[in-house]
Write a new protein. Structure first.
Length: 162
């Protein structure tokens, strides 16, 4: 693994990542490598992280603040699906399928996120394949958990309407 010096920003990113359950089995070197390929986004209250239909180019983790995920209904109105707080992830599908965003995400208060772009991930995976594979495994797990949660909610809604 790489033992080169990391910047203060990268050290801050690594310190945040080390506390996320998703990265619990990453060692310090792997987290340092990952941190070198990530950056921060700061949003003010009311600012959009992205809008449904935008091209997905990154995924992120909430460092602090609150994000709200909105989905456009057939009527045209936006329906709040979930609120994301510290440690929550958003945008994982963008690194996998490169499809347009499936929802709108807006900051409900000032929010800081650490992000991994699709390009950053490609460089990471090319230079450090074992770390890239671990990241993909973690993203797959997140997507699987989200799908299970969504399936359960859908089943509950169907049951309630019968």
């Amino acid at each position: 693994m790489e033992h080169s010096k990391i910047s203060e920003s990268e050290e801050e990113t690594r310190s945040f990542l080390i506390n996320l359950p998703i990265f619990s089995n990453f060692n310090v070197d792997e987290l340092s490598i990952l941190a070198k390929h990530m950056s921060y986004i700061h949003l003010q209250r009311g600012e959009h992280l992205f809008v449904e239909g935008d091209q997905g180019t990154f995924m992120g983790f909430v460092v602090n603040g609150i994000l709200e995920v909105l989905k456009r209904a057939d009527t045209g109105e936006n329906i709040a699906l979930v609120r994301l707080t510290k440690g929550s992830s958003i945008g994982e599908m963008a690194l996998i399928d490169k499809s347009p965003r499936s929802a709108t995400v807006i900051a409900k208060q000032a929010t800081t996120m650490v992000t991994l772009t699709d390009k950053g991930f490609e460089i990471l995976a090319e230079r450090y394949p074992p770390v890239g594979i671990k990241v993909i495994q973690k993203i797959a797990r997140l997507l699987s958990l989200n799908m299970r949660r969504t399936s359960s909610k859908l089943a509950d809604l169907i049951q309630a309407s019968i």
